[in-house]
Design a protein around this ligand. Structure first.
Ligand code: SAH
Length: 386
């Protein structure tokens, strides 16, 4: 990348004798580049040989290096050059909270002083990370805490993948593991609307799925969307990972009340996009359905949902609502949730109640909002909660 050229004064003779030093060149965020982009940067901008790009890429995305100094098989001269011209975008750990159920919520500070969160959820057969794609969110769903923040900015591809690298590092240390990539699954269900930051999401996915990077399989990555219909189509054409839709209602009236996006693309438009979605063999679309007491959890809701999904290869994840102070919704009782699930199953819709994780640390779905200024805590805040 070239430094921005300083503007030339109209009358050169009027320029002050001791002109201010030119602004320092903007550093290239190399951690946001695919291997192809990195190769271009190294060969065209730095005049290096192409194979150096592979080395640098593997340092960043396979080993999770955060500084050029670590890259011991690069010459000192190249490392110095990289320091002058490039940067690996830093995400600094700001807080860490551990739930009684093993979930760990990490809060990261970005270079411009913003905060984002990622949630690590270990279980017997997998280690999943819930990844954020934006600082805040523009979608303004009324039950969601992140929605109350508004959108601050998009995360760069480097900041999206840095969450994965950082948690791999944490888990390696925590569990004393040798493996470079202890995480097995990724869900894009953290802060933000992934399809509202589509280009950066796409670049991040291509890095995360690359053989010279963390090499995640498309089967182990799920992206969840509020239902940005035109982007669902592009997502289907341009990526091969799994799709989840936050449906959360059985009528347009309900959905428009809680999810403003429904006023632009209603349930019919959304499900139409789902029907056209190019599904791989044996794959289904996951529909998330947050159960809100006396709002969308009646028998009639279940019957309507069966009707809506009858011609879509679907799986429904029922999410018991995680209450947020001030948002006014209540959690559906367990028996009601179970009855709702049974009704769906009787109607031949595969339905599961999603185990709630990290509630005691406000790390569960819809609770990510950087509860301001809280001190990092190593102990559960509210250990009696499930
Ligand atoms: N914006 C994307 C990604 C965030 S995923 C999306 O909406 O899909 C977050 C998931 O948690 C969504 O399915 C959302 O409906 C759900 N959710 C939001 N707030 C919640 C809450 N308080 N309790 C339970 N689930 C919630």
């Amino acid at each position: 990348m070239q430094p921005e050229s300083p503007s030339i004064p109209a009358d050169i003779s009027a320029a002050p004798v001791s002109a201010p030093a030119p602004a320092p060149a903007k550093l290239t965020e190399v951690s946001s580049l695919t291997l192809e982009g990195l190769t271009r940067f190294l060969t065209e901008d730095l005049g290096e040989r192409a194979f150096r790009a592979g080395q640098l890429y593997r340092w960043i995305h396979q080993r999770g290096a955060t500084s050029f100094d670590e890259m011991t098989d690069l010459s000192k001269a190249l490392r110095e050059k990289l320091k002058q011209r490039a940067e690996i975008v830093p995400l600094v750990k700001d807080a860490e909270q551990r739930s009684v159920d093993g979930t760990i919520k990490y809060r990261w500070k970005t270079r411009d002083g913003r905060f984002i969160e990622s949630v690590y959820m270990p279980s017997e057969d997998r280690k999943t990370l819930c990844v954020s794609t934006q600082v805040g969110c523009a979608m303004a769903c009324t039950f969601c805490m992140t929605g109350t923040l508004g959108l601050k900015r998009n995360l760069t591809p480097g900041e999206i993948v840095a969450q994965v690298h950082a948690v791999n590092r944490e888990v390696r240390k925590l569990e004393n593991l040798e493996t470079l990539r202890p995480l097995s699954n990724l869900v894009f269900m953290g802060m933000g609307e992934p399809l509202h930051n589509f280009e950066n999401l796409k670049t991040a996915l291509s890095i995360l799925q690359s053989e010279d990077g963390p090499n995640f399989s498309h089967r182990h990555i799920t992206v969840s969307t509020v239902g940005l219909v035109p982007m669902i189509e592009r997502f289907g054409q341009e990526t091969d990972v799994k799709l989840a839709i936050s449906l959360n209602a059985s009528t347009d009236e309900q959905r428009s009340k809680t999810m403003p996006v429904n006023r632009k693309w209603n349930i019919a438009a959304l499900l139409d996009a789902c029907r056209k979605f190019p599904l791989r063999q044996g794959r289904r679309i996951t529909f998330e359905y947050v159960l809100l007491q006396d709002f969308n959890d009646s028998d009639e809701d279940a019957y309507r949902l069966i009707e809506l999904l009858k011609d879509i290869p679907a799986k429904v994840n029922l999410i018991p609502y995680n209450e947020n102070p001030g948002l006014g919704f209540k959690t559906t009782m367990d028996e009601r949730a179970e009855r709702f699930r049974e009704l769906l199953c009787e109607g031949h819709v595969a339905a599961f109640i999603r185990q709630n994780r990290g509630r005691d640390i406000a790390g569960a779905c819809g609770q990510l909002a950087n509860r301001g200024g809280e001190k990092a805590s190593e102990t559960p805040q509210n250990p009696e909660l499930p």
